[in-house]
Design a binder for this molecule. Structure first.
Ligand SMILES: Cc1cc2nc3c(=O)[nH]c(=O)nc-3n(C[C@H](O)[C@H](O)[C@H](O)COP(=O)(O)OP(=O)(O)OC[C@H]3O[C@@H](n4cnc5c(N)ncnc54)[C@H](O)[C@@H]3O)c2cc1C
Length: 341
């Protein structure tokens, strides 16, 4: 077992896409699994709180971390024996998600193109079961390997073990803080079919005169749509959608539609409805709002942004204001999507 250099008092500003300042009391870069056991057993950090960090694109630091930050940098991609139905690819948790999507298409292993341009790393993708444009990770997932912190051993988790839901998984519930993802095995359908049920994607392909899309066409369409709609964290700090789309009963939706006929909602199995959180925030009059150096993005009210030099607390205060105003107007409580630290 190899020891890992533990750094102290490390700035996390460049390691989170909101670009807010926060310092880690202890910090370690993990490139191989054996380093994890060593660092977790180190007496200086053994009993301290821990934060696992990927690309930092789905979290908000509201203060310094008085504990250990583990930056996961385990790389590598390898193709496993296929089944009759699926290509099987194992990807290290530290690989960049978008680069992986692109590389797999180039290798003739498409299937993730609807999830193109989602920032962050492969190891974080299962944590909230990333999804976009009509596809979720769960639909392309076979298994993952993780480090179980209590047992100090490597474990394998199946699709069922991960308990994926809408922006949700066991890692946000019973396993929170207990397992560190090391690698994800993807299952990509050998009989590829484009996923174009989502209106934005269908319209973009039509605008490009693509009648029979190939994987690369869907990839290009998704990338173009996202570039138009979402702020690039390299230019304006953000963590993508700050709130989940709330799910309400049929009665609640009917009550809201009566009062707000243009309400945007989507039917779900079981008679419930998903409301567009961005629409609610917009209708509460908050799109484009600025509070100090934090703001609600002009082009997509679901995204909170750092207008330059904002602190995590400023962004959190704005998030609370958004939650309160939406609750007051619609009687619906928005839930943050990123992890608030
Ligand atoms: C512009 C923009 C657009 C976005 N669009 C989407 C979108 O369309 N769909 C979507 O689902 N998300 C979206 N996101 C959110 C984000 O990109 C995803 O959630 C992504 O998976 C986060 O990856 P990350 O490596 O940055 O994770 P981080 O932010 O570093 O971590 C997120 C959470 O995962 C945990 N974690 C990270 N790595 C591991 C690991 N190896 N083991 C255990 N836990 C780990 C962290 O502790 C934390 O709780 C967007 C974000 C931005 C900035």
């Amino acid at each position: 077992m190899e020891s890992v250099p533990l750094q102290t008092d490390v700035s996390l500003k460049a390691l989170n896409t909101f670009g807010v300042e926060a310092r880690a009391r202890f910090f370690a870069r993990i490139e191989r699994t054996d380093q994890l056991a060593a660092v977790l057993a180190d007496p200086r950090v053994r009993d301290l709180p821990r934060i696992v960090l990927g690309g930092g694109s789905n979290l908000l630091f509201t203060g310094d971390v008085d504990g250990l930050v583990l930056k996961i940098e385990i790389t590598g991609t390898r193709e496993l024996a296929p089944t009759a139905e699926h290509w099987r690819i194992e990807v290290g948790a530290g690989e960049n998600w978008h680069a992986t999507v692109q590389r797999l298409i180039e290798m003739g292993r498409p299937g993730l193109e609807n999830l193109a341009l989602i920032p962050g790393q492969v190891g974080a993708a299962p944590i909230q079961n990333i999804g976009a444009y009509g596809l979720e990770l769960a639909e392309r997932f076979e298994a993952l390997t993780a480090w179980d912190i209590e047992r100090s051993e490597r474990v394998t988790m199946s699709l069922a073990d991960c308990a994926f839901g809408y922006r949700d998984s066991a890692f946000k519930g019973p396993l929170a803080g207990r397992r560190i993802v090391l690698a994800v095995t993807l299952a990509l359908p050998r009989r590829w079919q484009p996923v174009v049920g989502y209106a934005d994607v269908a319209n973009e392909l039509a605008a490009r005169s693509v009648a029979e899309p190939m994987p690369r066409d869907v990839f290009d369409a998704v990338v173009a749509i996202r570039r138009r709609k979402l702020p690039d964290p390299a230019h304006i700090g953000n963590a993508g959608s700050f709130f989940k789309n709330p799910i309400v009963s049929r009665d609640k939706r009917a009550e809201l539609i009566a009062r707000f006929p243009s309400l945007v909602s989507y039917p779900l199995a079981g008679g419930r409805f998903k409301l567009a959180a961005g629409w609610l925030i917009d209708a509460a009059g908050l799109r484009g709002a600025t509070r100090g150096r934090a703001g609600v993005y002009e082009r997509q009210a679901l995204v909170l942004v750092n207008r330059g030099g904002a602190t995590g607390r400023e962004i959190l205060a704005l998030a609370r204001e958004v939650q309160d105003k939406v609750a007051e107007k619609f009687g619906v409580r928005l839930e943050p999507e990123p992890m608030i630290i």
